[in-house]
Design a protein around this ligand. Structure first.
Ligand SMILES: [Zn+2]
Length: 166
């Protein structure tokens, strides 16, 4: 199968990678690396679980350092929300991943850092504030809620503390 690069339009080969998620089951990762510009597209599809392609909304309270290890699968259709940080990550094709809460925070951190380079004044202060909040959460000194809403049912947060809404 072939995939068209969203950045430069070149064609790349789509690779399939079976993936075992601990305490959950099987998933399939799709990876396409553009031969022209190097842009990497990834997506994920869950093969285990009882999702049956139904919309699912997962919520988990992150309140300790251990919670950072909670496993997170986000498909291209998954919308991520962290109300305490005022962060919303809209679904985007080619941006699926299998990671942890810490990995999600790292992505947010990187995005805010990149953004804050080009802004001044109130927006810059806001970005710095978010980065400090993330540091507090990572140190276990503050808590946050992580929400993932996915109409395709291919996202999941895995753990005993996780609440699921259909
Ligand atoms: Zn490209």
């Amino acid at each position: 199968m072939e995939e068209k690069c969203p950045i430069c339009g070149a064609t790349s080969k789509l690779q399939f990678l079976p993936y075992k998620i601990p305490y959950f089951g099987d998933a399939l990762m799709f990876i396409a690396v553009c031969p022209s510009c190097g842009h990497r597209s990834t997506d994920v599809m869950l093969l285990s679980g009882d999702r049956e392609g139904r919309r699912r909304r997962y919520e988990v309270e992150i309140s300790s350092v251990e919670d950072l290890n909670i496993r997170v699968v986000r498909s291209s259709f998954g919308r991520i929300e962290i109300p305490e940080l005022g962060v919303k990550v809209e679904p985007r094709r080619g941006e699926g991943f299998i990671s942890t809460v810490e990995g999600v925070l790292k992505r947010v951190e990187d995005a805010v850092r990149m953004l804050s380079r080009d802004v001044k004044g109130a927006r810059k202060r806001r970005a710095e504030q978010v980065l400090m909040q993330i540091a507090d959460i990572k140190a276990g000194n503050a808590s946050m809620k992580l929400i993932i809403d996915d109409p395709s049912g291919n996202s999941v947060i895995i753990g005993d503390k996780v609440r699921i809404k259909d």
